[in-house]
Write a protein that binds this ligand. Structure first.
Ligand SMILES: Cc1cc2nc3c(=O)[nH]c(=O)nc-3n(C[C@H](O)[C@H](O)[C@H](O)COP(=O)(O)OP(=O)(O)OC[C@H]3O[C@@H](n4cnc5c(N)ncnc54)[C@H](O)[C@@H]3O)c2cc1C
Length: 443
């Protein structure tokens, strides 16, 4: 292919990646009057937080929720005008099904006080732990001086082995996609604080609604969001010190005064390696992974806006278990009597496990939990999604080594959960931070 030559149209900023980090960055810059272009490789925005549709029902590509108290995410939702009524709370809480029966953790602030899955001593410890984090600023929680694993912290706080197995492992195993509870204690305290402060929610059109509305807000302020545009390299000036734009897979060279890389860790490493090997080497490498299966049910499996957690202890081949079920339409379409009712099932695969036998395993579990439900007659499998790099694993010390937003190239900025912490809030706040840097660097 002949060289396309130097770009003619130079934007203030090109943002590579239209996940929540890239979009949050672009929205902030665009609303401040900068010309921005988001280049997203897929045909829709949202990255890991994408939604597809099945007969008018949103189907998230993997079950996830956002905490309404995520500070920067809440701000973004306010700025893009996503109405609070569209943030549908999981107000039925979490139902734990274990060998000793079924226990509901109510979503209310006092839910822990009444949770029957813990003995009185563990309940008191849980309330104390929640009280110790609920009012502290997120950044203070995220940065403890001597990080332990979550498991070590729980042991040191005096929780019983039953509480760890029957409560923390099922719940935080699905939040961090890591049943070994090895996230650092700061990240765990941050998550505890978000849980204690308010409900988790799913937008009425699925999680992808956040990305769709943010893309629309970017366009409304004159920015551009292009899909199906895969970036293959960051273009550099002859002296190798400044980025001049990007090159796309279809052979275009697009010019920009600043470039923000907001892609997932494996792609970020590839694009950054030739420009700043040191920063590329500090990108998180250990992945938390999961696989999920979506089903359309002709009749609801259960009522109520809750998630269902498998609280049975590990037995035999733990790699075949199902960790979470959620009939998301109970939350996104509450009160709708008609199907299809969308059921998402998650298997955490960090440390082993695959998508093999996932659909059948969900059927087996439902037959065990709800023997009168005609699974074979009522459930239609919609698809299986593997998330080999769903989140990076915030093992103790990992977050302290992350590269941060600045690179050796002055006008090349990093964003993405990989520069902060592995969550929607980590992504959004990293995008906002990248925008502030670009704005400050701009003349
Ligand atoms: C199954 C699952 C469950 C989760 N559960 C939760 C949860 O309950 N709560 C929570 O807070 N977080 C959860 N997360 C994490 C959360 O979804 C992510 O942290 C967040 O969405 C990351 O956003 P991002 O913008 O940093 O990255 P991404 O969403 O990965 O965005 C990167 C984008 O870059 C694009 N891209 C890649 N390469 C290129 C290229 N060469 N050119 C152009 N574009 C490119 C990708 O297509 C993608 O759209 C979950 C994640 C998964 C997968």
């Amino acid at each position: 292919m002949s060289d396309p030559g130097p770009p003619t149209d130079v934007r203030d900023c090109i943002i590579v990646g239209g996940g929540l980090a890239g979009l949050a960055c672009a929205r902030r810059l665009s609303s401040a009057g900068h010309s921005v272009l988001v280049l997203e490789a897929e045909e829709a925005p949202g990255g890991r937080a994408r939604t597809v549709w099945h007969r008018g029902r949103p189907v998230d590509l993997g079950f996830q929720v956002l905490f309404r108290s995520y500070p920067q995410t809440r701000e973004l939702l306010r700025e893009i005008g996503l109405p609070r009524r569209d943030l549908r709370p999981v107000d039925g809480g979490a139902v734990f099904i274990g060998d000793d029966g079924t226990h509901r953790l109510a979503a209310s602030k006092l839910g822990a006080l009444r949770f029957g899955g813990l003995g009185p001593r563990d309940r008191a410890l849980l309330v104390k732990l929640a009280a110790s984090v609920v009012a502290r600023p997120s950044e203070a929680l995220l940065d403890p001086p001597a990080p332990r694993t979550t498991h070590e912290l729980l042991r040191d706080l005096g929780f019983s082995a039953d509480a760890v197995e029957g409560f923390f492992r099922p719940l935080f195993g699905v939040i961090t996609l890591d049943r070994s509870l090895s996230a650092d204690e700061g990240y765990f305290r941050f998550l505890m604080s978000m849980l204690a402060r308010g409900p988790s929610v799913i937008p009425s059109d699925g999680l992808g609604m956040v990305a769709e509305w943010t893309s629309a807000a970017i366009r409304q302020t004159g920015g551009e969001v292009e899909f199906g545009a895969r970036v293959t390299a960051v273009e550099m000036a002859g002296d190798g010190r400044r980025a001049t734009g990007v090159r796309t897979q279809d052979g275009r060279v697009l010019g920009a005064r600043h470039v923000v890389l907001a892609v997932e860790a494996p792609v970020a490493r590839e694009l950054l390696e030739p420009l700043d090997a040191e920063a590329a080497g500090r990108l998180p490498g250990e992945a938390a992974s999961s696989v999920s299966a979506a089903f359309a049910l002709r009749r609801p499996l259960y009522r109520g806006r809750s998630i269902v957690l498998n609280a049975s202890p590990a037995e035999g081949d733990d790699r075949a278990r199902i960790d979470l079920l959620c009939q998301t339409t109970n939350i996104t379409r509450p009160g709708s009597p008609d199907g299809p009712h969308i059921l998402l099932a998650t298997r955490v695969t960090t440390g082993g496990g695959s998508a093999e036998g996932l659909v059948e395993a969900v059927g087996d579990l439902v037959r065990r939990w709800a023997p009168r439900f005609d699974w074979a007659g009522l459930a239609e499998p919609l698809g299986v999604h593997a998330h080999p790099f769903a989140q990076f694993r915030p093992l103790p010390g990992v977050r302290a080594r992350l590269p941060g937003p600045r690179t050796a190239v002055d006008n090349l900025v990093l964003a993405g959960d990989l520069t902060h912490h592995p969550s929607i809030e980590g992504a959004v706040s990293s995008g906002v931070r990248a925008a502030e840097i670009v704005d400050a660097l701009s003349p």
